[in-house]
Ligand binder design. Structure first.
Ligand code: 9D3
Length: 248
């Protein structure tokens, strides 16, 4: 997959991408990310990327010309049609389903918003507008990284262990994951649950199912509506709901 990220803060993108799983994927060439400095697409001496809003009001708006020029340059290099995603608080909520859809594309462009946003006319060139959630950030760089991270790890060969990709919360039949423990068996009088050290794999499997269900019931009951549960899980869930009703 090839990804072009357009930003006025290239370092905000480059530094985090150098580390970890995505860093290695980029080194290996599995993932090709090009960070484009929006100022490189200005034509004035002061490399101005923003301007005051027509009609007045606070803050600044990203000027359309540098963005049009950046997209023209990317299209010339990559070929059209481009999938252009703009990050914005007004966007549709980015979800795992959206990440899965985008991971099937060969090429993506991410436009990072800043200030009060983009000149509305850039929508002409935009295919998707995404927000990562209902909280206010200072710009679209972190959201662009969030989108890229979620999308890239779904591509074959990016995450070493394909099993861990298959077993996430949102793909693992829509439940939260069970708790994990590692050595030592005891710290500060806190012990690892006996069953996990028993070697009884049937019991371990059932314990994990129950834990995953009780966590999901307690923290994210909304996920249970869409979850894809087997017979045993349906039964465990009834028991867990019964237990919580008795406490009411
Ligand atoms: C103080 C500015 N606000 C006035 C009503 C609007 C506003 C504009 C730009 C608020 C935040 C931003 C910067 N945020 C993003 O560019 C952004 C974002 C976010 O803030 N939250 C969640 N997802 C995203 S995607 C891009």
């Amino acid at each position: 997959m090839t990804v072009d990220i357009v930003t006025i803060f290239p370092a905000m993108i480059e530094q985090p991408l150098a580390a970890g799983v995505l860093g290695r994927a980029i080194e290996r060439g599995t993932l090709d990310v090009k960070v484009r400095d929006l100022r490189a697409f200005t034509t004035d001496r002061h490399r101005v990327v923003d301007d005051v809003p027509y009609g007045g009001g606070p803050g600044m708006v990203l000027k359309p010309e540098p963005i049009f020029r950046a997209l023209d340059a990317i299209a010339a290099e990559r070929g059209t049609p481009l999938t252009v995603i703009m990050t914005s608080p007004q966007g549709r909520r980015f979800t795992q389903a959206e990440a899965e859809r985008l991971s099937g594309l060969a090429h993506l462009v991410l436009l990072c918003g800043r200030y009060e946003g983009f000149d509305e006319r850039i929508r002409e060139r935009v295919t998707d507008e995404l927000s990562i959630g209902d909280y206010v950030l200072t710009g679209g760089e972190l959201p662009a990284l969030v989108v890229l991270d979620a999308v890239a790890r779904l591509m074959p060969g990016v995450v070493g262990d394909e099993q861990s990709v298959a077993q996430d919360t949102f793909t693992n039949r829509g439940l939260l994951n069970h708790p994990q423990y590692t050595r030592p068996p005891e710290i500060d009088a806190l012990r690892v649950p006996e069953v996990l050290m028993s070697g009884n794999h049937a019991e371990i499997r059932k314990w994990r199912k129950r834990e995953a269900l009780s966590r999901t019931l307690a923290r994210r009951p909304d996920l249970l509506d869409a979850a894809n549960l087997d017979e045993e899980e349906e039964q465990l869930l009834r028991e867990l709901k019964g237990a919580s009703d008795e406490r009411d």
